[in-house]
Design a protein around this ligand. Structure first.
Ligand code: UFG
Length: 332
């Protein structure tokens, strides 16, 4: 099949492109390279384009006739979204509408959407099922929830079928070491801990030790990026087979605290990291843990790398080997 991967030069998108190519699909990456990297796209066609550019989208749809679209291109930082909501509504909402409208114009029916645990806000119960109330607390979460609602309307009016995949904490790297997490600036816990362990940073900050959790630090559900991509692939197959739109929560169903992640990273690398305690980061819920059972049941999805140390090990291989040469020497 011809699969259009929007945002295929980013962290999760680039892993998806690799998996789809390995599965034998024709992959077209559409990315404006604002945060992604051209060299992270390991094959297929590449179109440098912006989602605000309807003519470029039309040209791409006409040229490649995609059977389905996977959409990874969005801004992802909660804090930034509070400070600059316009950026989030312009990119995550308005640009996504441009993409959906192009799909409707060109008769492409199947859409896989990268959503987030941030649509749930402060959890009312754990683990969080896909039916948990959606009360996003910040513009990032709201931008994703808006698109989930738009998709219901687009299906009713235009017959567009979609699967929304709500990621918990995406982490890890391709087990081959060919790809990994590469955000500039990096804000996520696991890559930051590993950068501190490799010497690229002095220390790791712990944002708050006064949460209502056993060790006082926040608990998250870390899910391997390869497992996330496998879920996309299964979701696309199911969507095309059944024509039934749906939403799934993607996590391992197990939470680890910030301190447990740091301890695990020290075990995996055999090194010690300098930890600096800092105040809470605003907008961080104490615990986020997914209930992934619906995805397991309906998609037949089973994470291959649920173990936290394996997730960290793969990220460490990338941190050690996968980065440009000037950073490699730190871990030689
Ligand atoms: N943390 C630290 N120190 C750091 C970085 C993070 O203590 O240097 C803590 C955070 O406070 C949080 C945990 O580590 O408690 C995880 O933080 P991340 O930034 O790695 O991930 P988040 O849970 O904040 O964010 C993830 C996704 C978002 C999504 C969110 C859902 O990256 O896109 O989950 O709530 F919105």
């Amino acid at each position: 099949m011809n699969i259009l991967v929007v945002g295929g030069a980013g962290y999760i998108g680039s892993h998806m492109v690799k998996m789809l190519l390995e599965q034998g699909h024709c992959v077209i990456t559409y990315d404006n390279l604002s945060t992604g990297f051209r060299d992270a796209v390991l094959g297929g066609e590449f179109v440098k384009g912006d989602l605000a550019d309807a003519a470029r989208l039309d040209e791409t749809f006409r040229r490649f006739l995609p059977d389905a679209v996977m959409h990874f291109a969005s801004h992802i930082q909660v804090g930034e979204s509070v400070e600059h909501p316009a950026r989030y509504y312009a990119n995550n909402v308005a640009n996504t509408l441009n993409l959906l409208d192009a799909m409707v114009r060109h008769g492409v029916e199947y859409f896989i959407f990268s959503s987030t645990a941030a649509i749930f806000g402060e959890p009312e119960y754990l683990p969080i099922s896909p039916f948990h109330p959606r009360v996003p607390l910040n513009p990032y979460g709201r931008s994703k929830w808006i698109i989930e609602m738009v998709l219901e309307d687009y299906e009713r009016a235009y017959g567009l079928k979609s699967t929304c995949l709500r990621y918990f904490n995406a982490a890890g790297a391709d087990p081959s070491g060919a790809l990994g997490e590469r955000h500039e600036p990096e804000t996520h816990l696991i890559p930051l801990v590993l950068q501190a362990l490799s010497g690229r940073r002095d220390s790791i900050s712990v944002f708050g030790r006064d949460y209502d959790t056993p060790d006082g630090t926040c608990i998250r559900d870390y899910i391997h990026v390869t497992d996330l991509c496998a879920a996309h692939s299964l979701a696309m197959k199911r969507l095309m087979r059944t024509d039934a739109s749906s939403c799934y929560n993607l996590g391992n169903g197990q939470g680890f605290s910030v301190q447990e992640v740091i301890d695990a990273a020290e075990r995996v690398t055999g090194r010690r990291v300098k930890v600096v305690d800092r105040p809470r980061r605003s907008g961080d819920p104490a615990r986020l843990v997914a209930d992934p059972r619906l995805a397991e049941k309906e998609l037949g999805w089973k994470p291959a790398y649920p173990d936290l140390e394996t997730i960290i090990l793969h990220a460490w291989v990338w941190e050690s080997l996968g980065l440009p040469s000037e950073t490699r020497r730190h871990v030689a």
